[in-house]
Write a protein that binds this ligand. Structure first.
Ligand SMILES: Cc1cc2nc3c(=O)[nH]c(=O)nc-3n(C[C@H](O)[C@H](O)[C@H](O)COP(=O)(O)OP(=O)(O)OC[C@H]3O[C@@H](n4cnc5c(N)ncnc54)[C@H](O)[C@@H]3O)c2cc1C
Length: 431
C-alpha cells in the first residue's frame, strides 16, 4: 500500500549486489516512482533545488499502483480534485478517473517537471543501513525486470455520485486553473470529511441514506439487502464510489450480476458456491484482498541493529522512532492518498530547511517516556488486520499520533515545531 520514501539528508550510497557496485552519492534518495514518490520529488526540487536526488524504482514504469493494476474498469474511488497533486490541477470536471488516466497524469507530471530523468528503473531497494559514524544511509539494491500482478478488493458500501461535478465545471470555466483547483479541492475535502464524521457519529443514519440511494439506483430492495448491505458500519472500511451510477446500470440492464456467497470450489463450468450454486465463468479474477508490505519490504537497520517495525512508533505519521534521516509516505484511509502524502513531503522539506538553518546533519525521532501502542490505521478491513503485526504503531500523544483528518494535519504539518520529539546532531568531521 505505502511507497516507502527514504529521504537522506547527507550523502547516501546505493550499491547493486547483482551487478558492479554503484557507489554514487545523493543528498536524498526517494524509493518508488508512484504517486507519492513523484510528488515528493516535485516538493524536494521546488524547495531544495540545490540538493541532489535520485528515485529508485523497482519496476520499469512510473505510476506504482496505477500502472500495476490493469484489470478492465480499474479506477479510483477518490475524486481527482484531491487525488491529484495540489501543484498540478486536474483540468476536467470528471471527478472519478480511470486507472490509465491516473497513470498518465502521474507520468505527465513527472515529465513536465523533469522528474522522469531522475528515475533509475528496475532498481529495487532491498536493504537500508544507517551508519552513525559517517551519518549516512547505504542502500543495497537489486536489479529487477519482473513485473508483479495483483487484484482488487470487492466493493463494500457503494455510493453513487454524478460522473461530472457541475460546480467544478463552472469553477473551471470561470477561474484560472490553479484557483479552480484549490476551490474544487476544498469543496471535496469538506464534503468527504462531513460524510466521514457523520458515518462515525450517526452510522445508522448514514446506512439509511446509502441504502436509499442503492434502492433508487437498483429499484430492488431485496437486491440491496442481499448484496449491498455489509455487516459493518460505513467507513469501518472504505466506501466504494460509482460515478454516474454505472454499476447500477450494469446490473439493471443484465450485463452484470452480483452473487454474495463463499466459494466452495472450482468446477469445469466455473465456480461452485457453498450454497451449491454453479456460476459459469470463462475467466475468474481472484480479488481476495491485498497484502500490505511495510516500507516496500526494505530491511532497515541502524548501526547494525535491525529496526523492529512492529515496535516502532510513527512520528507525525511519517518518520519512525529511532530511525534517523528517513521518512515515509502514508496516505489517508478515509480520504485521498495524495492529501496526506503531499503534506508529509512538504514537512520533510521543512525539516531539511530547519536542519540547514541550524547546521544539523542528523534528525532522529526520539520518544520520551512510555507510551501505549495503538494500531497505525483505524480501518476494520482484512488487509489492515493481516498487516498489523508487521507495521509500526502510533502512540497516544503528539507527535506520535497519526490523525485521519486533513484539516487538522494541514495546520499541524505547516506550523508544528519540527524540533518537538526530535533529537538532532551536527555533522561529524571524519578525516
Ligand atoms: C486497487 C487499488 C485502488 C486504490 N484506490 C485508491 C483511491 O481511490 N484513492 C486513494 O486515495 N487511494 C487509492 N489506493 C491507494 C493507492 O495506493 C494510492 O492512491 C497511491 O497510488 C499510493 O501511491 P504510492 O506512490 O504511495 O504507492 P504505490 O502506488 O504503491 O507506488 C510505490 C512504488 O514504489 C515502488 N517500490 C516499492 N518498494 C520498492 C523497493 N523496495 N525498491 C524500489 N521501488 C519500490 C513500487 O514498484 C511502486 O512503483 C488504491 C490502491 C489500490 C491497490
Amino acid at each position: 500500500m505505502s511507497a516507502p520514501t527514504a529521504h537522506s539528508p547527507g550523502p547516501a550510497d546505493h550499491g547493486a549486489p547483482t551487478t558492479a557496485p554503484d557507489t554514487s552519492h545523493h543528498d536524498v534518495v526517494i524509493v518508488g516512482a508512484g504517486l507519492s514518490g513523484i510528488g515528493a520529488a516535485y516538493r524536494l526540487q521546488e524547495s531544495h533545488p540545490q540538493r541532489s536526488y535520485t528515485i529508485l524504482e523497482g519496476r520499469q514504469a512510473i505510476g506504482g499502483t496505477w500502472d500495476l493494476f490493469r484489470y478492465p474498469g480499474v479506477r479510483s474511488d477518490s475524486d481527482m480534485f484531491t487525488l491529484g497533486y495540489p501543484f498540478r490541477p486536474w483540468r476536467t470536471p470528471t471527478a472519478i478517473a480511470s486507472g490509465p488516466e491516473i497513470r498518465d497524469y502521474i507520468r505527465d507530471t513527472a515529465h513536465e517537471h523533469g522528474i522522469d530523468r531522475r528515475i533509475e528503473f528496475g532498481t529495487k531497494v532491498v536493504a537500508a543501513q544507517w551508519d552513525s559514524t559517517v551519518q549516512r544511509w547505504t542502500l543495497a539494491t537489486e536489479v529487477t525486470d519482473a513485473e508483479g500482478e495483483s487484484a482488487r478488493h470487492t466493493p463494500t458500501y457503494v455510493v453513487s455520485q454524478p460522473a461530472e461535478d457541475v460546480v467544478v465545471r463552472e469553477l473551471q470555466r470561470r477561474l484560472p486553473a490553479m484557483a479552480a483547483s484549490r476551490l474544487a479541492r476544498a469543496k471535496s475535502v469538506a464534503m468527504n470529511s462531513t460524510l466521514y464524521q457523520l458515518s462515525r457519529r450517526r452510522p445508522g443514519l448514514v446506512k439509511r441514506i446509502l441504502r436509499a440511494g442503492n434502492v433508487e439506483g437498483l429499484g430492488d430492495e431485496r437486491l440491496v439487502d442481499e448484496h449491498f448491505t455489509p455487516r459493518y458500519n460505513p467507513w469501518d472500511q472504505r466506501l466504494c464510489l460509482i460515478p454516474g451510477g454505472d454499476l447500477y446500470e450494469a446490473i439493471t440492464s443484465g450485463r452484470a450480476q452480483v452473487v454474495t456467497d463463499t466459494i466452495d470450489r472450482f468446477v469445469p463450468e466455473g465456480i461452485r458456491t457453498s450454497s451449491g450454486q454453479i456460476i459459469e465463468a470463462d475467466i475468474v479474477v481472484t480479488a481476495t484482498g491485498l497484502e500490505m508490505l511495510a516500507l516496500g519490504g526494505v530491511d532497515v537497520s541502524v548501526d547494525g541493529q535491525p529496526v523492529d517495525l512492529a515496535h516502532s512508533f510513527v512520528y507525525r505519521g511519517m518518520m519512525l522512532s529511532g530511525v534517523p534521516n528517513a521518512a515515509m509516505c502514508v496516505g489517508y484511509t478515509n480520504a485521498s492518498w495524495t492529501l496526506r502524502a503531499d503534506l508529509a513531503s512538504r514537512y520533510v522539506c521543512r525539516l531539511l530547511a530547519y536542519m540547514d538553518r541550524h547546521g544539523y546533519a542528523v534528525a532522529v525521532p526520539t520518544p520520551s517516556g512510555r507510551m501505549e501502542e495503538r494500531p497505525l490505521l483505524p480501518l476494520d478491513a482484512g488487509y489492515v488486520h493481516r498487516a498489523e503485526g508487521a507495521f509500526p504503531k502510533q502512540g497516544t500523544r503528539a507527535p506520535w499520533q497519526m490523525h485521519q483528518n486533513y484539516a487538522r494535519d494541514l495546520v499541524m504539518m505547516r506550523t508544528a515545531d519540527v524540533g518537538a520529539g526530535m533529537a538532532f546532531a551536527p555533522p561529524r568531521h571524519t578525516a
